[in-house]
Design a protein around this ligand. Structure first.
Ligand SMILES: O=C(O)C(=O)C[C@H](CCCc1ccccc1)C(=O)O
Ligand SMILES: [Zn+2]
Length: 354
C-alpha cells in the first residue's frame, strides 16, 4: 500500500540526499484516526501529526534550554564528517584496532553553545545526545510533566509495552546524519524544532543491511554507507527498500522495535530564532547570530512487551533477529572470542544447510 507524496513544506528539498534504493512514504495520520492504533498494533511505522505528545516542549529553543536545562553535563559527539555512527565505548576498548568514528565530549550546555559557534568554521560537526535526567531545571521538569502522558501511556498499556526506559534529547546541526541502525526498544520519536528525514527498513531486511557482528562496538549498526555503498561486499543491499517520513515540529514517528532507521537533519527554510540572550559577553567570538541552525528532537524509548507464552510459527522477522543475536552471543562466549564465530558457522552451514 503506497501512501501519498513526500511532505513538501518547511525544509529545503535540496538537502534531501539521493540514494540507490526505492522509497515509499510512511503514513501521516491524525491521532484521532483509528488506523494509527492498527498500525502500532501491527508494529508498523506511522507519523502522528497532532498527538500533542511534546507540545509543552515546542518552545525549547537554545535560549530557553540555556536558561533552564540546568548545569549538568551533556554528551556531545564530534565527527570529522556529517555521519555520527554510534559505537559502544567499552567494546571499543577491547577492540584496539577499532577506529572510533566519533569523539565524545562531556560539556556544560554553555560549552555546547560555544562549540556550536566555534565548530561553524572548523571541519568538525557536533551532535548533542543526552538522556533527560533529574539534573534539568524546574521549568524543563514542568514541560516534561506536561507531555501528553495520557496518550502515550494508553498506547504503552494497550500494547503491553514495558516501562519507559529513557528520553534522549537530540540537538544537531542541519546536515547531521545518524547512520542506519536498529534499536531493541519501541520508540516514539518526537520532533521539536527543525526537520528530520527518517528512512526506515523493516526487520526482514536484515540480510540487505549487513549489521556488524553482535560483539563489535558498532553492534546494531549497518556496515553499509548509503552515500557510497560497496556492492561487492554487500550485494544484497541492491534489494533494500525504504519507507520515509519527514518530521517537523510536533510530529511523532513511531519507530517499531528492530526496525532499521537512518535519521538526517534537513535544512529548514524558515530561519530558526534561538532567542539566545546576547552570547558575546561570555565568549570571545561573535554573538548568538553566529549560532548555526540546529534541529531538536526527543525520543521515548519503551522496553518491549514480554515474549508471548506460546511461540506462533513461523516466527516473526523481529524474533528471527533476536534468535540470530542470541546465537552470535552464545557462540562468542562458547568459543571464548568473537573472532572464530564466522568460521564455526561456515563449518556448520557449508555443504550441509546450503
Ligand atoms: O531515536 C532514535 O532511535 C534515533 O536513532 C535518533 C537518532 C539519534 C540516535 C543516537 C543513537 C543511535 C544508536 C544508539 C544510541 C543512540 C537521531 O535523531 O539522529
Ligand atoms: Zn535509533
Amino acid at each position: 500500500m503506497s501512501y501519498g507524496k513526500r511532505r513538501r513544506t518547511g525544509y529545503d528539498p535540496a538537502s534531501i540526499q539521493e540514494y540507490t534504493f526505492p522509497i515509499e512514504n510512511i503514513p501521516r495520520l491524525s491521532a484521532r484516526d483509528p488506523e494509527v492504533y492498527r498500525l502500532i498494533q501491527a508494529s508498523r511505522p506511522v507519523v502522528i501529526s497532532d498527538s500533542g505528545l511534546i507540545n509543552s516542549a515546542l518552545k525549547w529553543n537554545l535560549g530557553y534550554l540555556q536558561e533552564n536545562l540546568g548545569d549538568g553535563s551533556f554528551h556531545v559527539y564530534g565527527s570529522k564528517d556529517n555521519r555520527f555512527k554510534y559505537y559502544d565505548e567499552k567494546r571499543a576498548k577491547q577492540c584496539k584496532s577499532f577506529p572510533k568514528p566519533v569523539k565524545r565530549y562531556e560539556v556544560s550546555f554553555n560549552d555546547f553553545l560555544k562549540m556550536l559557534m566555534e565548530k561553524k568554521n572548523t571541519r568538525e560537526r557536533i551532535y548533542l545526545q543526552q538522556m533527560l535526567n533529574e539534573s534539568v531545571g524546574q521549568e524543563i521538569v514542568k514541560d516534561y510533566v506536561d507531555f501528553n502522558w495520557d496518550w502515550v501511556g494508553r498506547i504503552q498499556n494497550e500494547q503491553g509495552w514495558g516501562p519507559l526506559s529513557s528520553n534522549l534529547l537530540l540537538i544537531g546541526l542541519e546536515g547531521n546524519i545518524t547512520p542506519v541502525h536498529y534499536d531493541e526498544q519501541e520508540n516514539f520519536f518526537s520532533q521539536i524544532s527543525g526537520y528530520k528525514r527518517c528512512l526506515l527498513f523493516s526487520p526482514d531486511q536484515f540480510e540487505n543491511l549487513y549489521p556488524h557482528p553482535v560483539a563489535h562496538p558498532c553492534d546494531r549498526q549497518s556496515q553499509v554507507d548509503f552515500s557510497k555503498p560497496d556492492f561487492e561486499r554487500f550485494p544484497k543491499f541492491r534489494n533494500a527498500r525504504a519507507m520515509e517520513a519527514i518530521v517537523g515540529p510536533g510530529d511523532v514517528l513511531y519507530i517499531p522495535m528492530y526496525w532499521w532507521h537512518q535519521v538526517e537533519s534537513l535544512k529548514s527554510l524558515s530561519p530558526i530564532d534561538h532567542k539566545l540572550r546576547d552570547f558575546s559577553t561570555t565568549t570571545s567570538s561573535g554573538s548568538s547570530g553566529d549560532i548555526p541552525p540546529v534541529t531538536v528532537s526527543v525520543n521515548f524509548w519503551y522496553r518491549a512487551a514480554p515474549l508471548p507464552a506460546t511461540v506462533k510459527f513461523p516466527i516473526s522477522a523481529q524474533q528471527r533477529v533476536s534468535v540470530m543475536r542470541n546465537i552470535e552471543k552464545l557462540l562468542a562466549s562458547a568459543l571464548g572470542s568473537a573472532d572464530e564465530v564466522g568460521k564455526l558457522l561456515s563449518t556448520m552451514v557449508d555443504g550441509r544447510y546450503n
